[in-house]
Design a protein around this ligand. Structure first.
Ligand SMILES: NC(=O)c1ccc[n+]([C@@H]2O[C@H](COP(=O)([O-])OP(=O)(O)OC[C@H]3O[C@@H](n4cnc5c(N)ncnc54)[C@H](O)[C@@H]3O)[C@@H](O)[C@H]2O)c1
Length: 336
C-alpha cells in the first residue's frame, strides 16, 4: 500500500528530498504540499505533480482537508513543534526533520501525544544511515579491537546561515551538533549521563545563538566522549559526519582520512593501518530513514529513530547549553 503524504516546507532541503527521495520511493506519494511562499508552491505543484487545489499556504487547512496518512515536516526548525502538534491532532503519522524541536519540553509533549494516539513519529537523523557511519558502527560492534574506551569527534565548517538560523538560540547545537551528538549515542549504543560543555560566539558573527561548541560527555557506561563543533570556521571543512576516533583496548578505529581518502580505518596494536571497504547498503541516508518510517506504519511498530529515542539526543543538547550557561556539570538523566 502506497502511503499518502503531505509535505510541509519546500525550501532548499525539503524540495531536494521531495525530488530525490519521495518521488522515486514506492512507499509514499505526495497528496498535498504546504509552503507560505506562493511562488515556490506553484513551482513545486508542477514539478512534483500535485494539483494546485492540493497546495496550501496554511498547514492547518491542509491537514483537515486532504485525505492523507502522514506528514513530512521540512520547515524552518522553530516551527517544527506547532506543525507537528497539529499533524498529530489530525491523526497523521509524522516524519520530522532534525532538530525534532527547539526545546526539550516541546519534544516530550509531542512524544507523549504521538504515543497516546498510536501514531508513528520519526526524526530524520539521517547521518546514522550514511555508509561510512554504518560501517564504523559495524566495526565497533564486532569488537575487533576490544571494547571502546573513549570517543573523540570533531566537525569544522564555514556555513552561510539562513535568516532563521541567524536568529536561533543554540544555533550550532540545534542545527548541526544534533547529528554528531546523536551519532555518539548511536555508535556507542549508550545515552549521555552527564556533560560539561561550553558554547560561545564571536564579535560581529551575525548569529544570535552560539556557532561554536565543545563538550565532554560521560556516557551511561562510564566512557567519555569528547566533541568539538563549529559552523563558523574558515579553512579546511570537515565531512558532514565529522572526523572520529574510537579508542579501543587494542587499537583505534577512525572515520577520517588516514592517507587513503576519507573512510573507515582500523589501526592495531602494532600500528598497522587498514582502510575498510564500506558496507553495501540497499538504502542509505534519507532513503533508509523514509523506508523505515513506512515500514513502522505498516507493521505498527516504533520507527528506528522515534521521537522517544530522540528525547535522549535532545536532552544531551539542552544539557550542553545549560552547562555552558551555568558553568557546571549537568546530569543529562535528570532532564529526562
Ligand atoms: N537532515 C539534514 O541533513 C538536514 C539538512 C538541511 C536542513 N535540514 C532541516 O530541514 C529544515 C528546513 O531547512 P531548509 O534548509 O530547507 O530551510 P529553508 O529556509 O531553505 O526552507 C524552509 C521552507 O519553509 C517554508 N516555511 C516557512 N514558514 C512556513 C510555514 N509557516 N508554513 C509552511 N512553510 C513555511 C519557507 O517558505 C521555506 O520554503 C530545517 O529544520 C533544517 O534543520 C536537515
Amino acid at each position: 500500500m502506497t502511503l499518502r503524504l503531505i509535505q510541509v516546507g519546500l525550501g532548499a532541503h525539503g524540495l531536494g528530498i521531495a525530488h530525490d527521495v519521495i518521488v522515486p520511493s514506492t512507499d509514499f506519494i505526495h497528496v498535498g504540499l504546504v509552503d507560505v511562499d506562493t511562488d515556490r508552491l506553484e513551482l513545486c505543484s508542477n514539478s512534483l505533480q500535485v494539483t494546485i487545489e492540493h497546495c496550501y499556504t496554511d498547514y492547518r487547512k491542509a491537514f483537515s482537508e486532504i485525505e492523507a496518512d502522514a506528514v513530512f515536516i521540512a520547515v524552518i526548525s522553530p516551527l517544527h513543534y506547532d506543525i507537528c502538534k497539529c499533524a498529530l491532532e489530525n491523526d497523521l503519522h509524522v516524519y520530522i526533520e532534525k532538530p525534532y524541536t527547539v526545546s526539550l519540553e516541546e519534544a516530550k509533549e509531542l512524544t507523549t501525544l504521538a504515543q497516546s494516539r498510536n501514531l508513528k513519529l520519526m526524526v530524520n537523523q539521517n547521518y546514522r544511515y550514511f555508509p561510512t557511519v554504518m560501517t564504523l558502527k559495524n566495526v565497533i560492534d564486532r569488537k575487533l579491537l576490544g571494547e571502546p574506551m573513549f570517543v573523540h569527534a570533531q566537525f569544522y565548517y564555514f556555513h552561510e546561515g539562513k535568516p532563521y538560523q541567524r536568529q536561533m538560540d543554540n544555533y550550532m547545537l540545534m542545527e548541526m551538533a544534533v547529528h554528531h551528538i546523536d551519532m555518539i549515542r548511536y555508535l556507542t549504543g549508550r545515552n549521555m549521563k552527564s556533560v560539561v560543555g561550553r558554547t560561545w560566539n564571536q564579535e560581529d558573527s551575525g548569529y544570535v545563538g552560539d556557532p561554536h561548541v565543545q563538550a565532554v560527555f560521560e556516557m551511561d557506561n562510564g566512557i567519555p566522549a569528547f566533541y568539538v563543533g563549529s559552523l563558523l570556521s574558515h579553512g579546511e571543512p570537515s565531512p558532514w559526519e565529522g572526523c572520529w576516533r574510537i579508542q579501543c583496548e587494542q587499537g583505534s578505529i577512525h572515520l577520517e582520512d588516514l592517507g587513503q581518502g576519507h573512510g573507515v580505518y582500523v589501526v592495531n596494536q602494532q600500528g598497522e593501518r587498514e582502510k575498510l571497504a564500506l558496507l553495501e547498503l540497499e538504502k542509505e541516508s534519507v532513503h533508509a530513514v523514509l523506508a523505515d518510517f513506512a515500514e513502522s506504519i505498516r507493521e505498527n511498530r516504533e520507527p528506528s529513530i522515534s521521537g522517544a529515542d530522540n528525547l535522549h539526543t535532545m536532552a544531551a543538547l539542552i544539557a550542553t547549553s545549560l552547562s555552558s550557561r551555568e558553568g557546571q556539570r549537568i546530569m543529562v538523566e535528570t532532564l529526562m
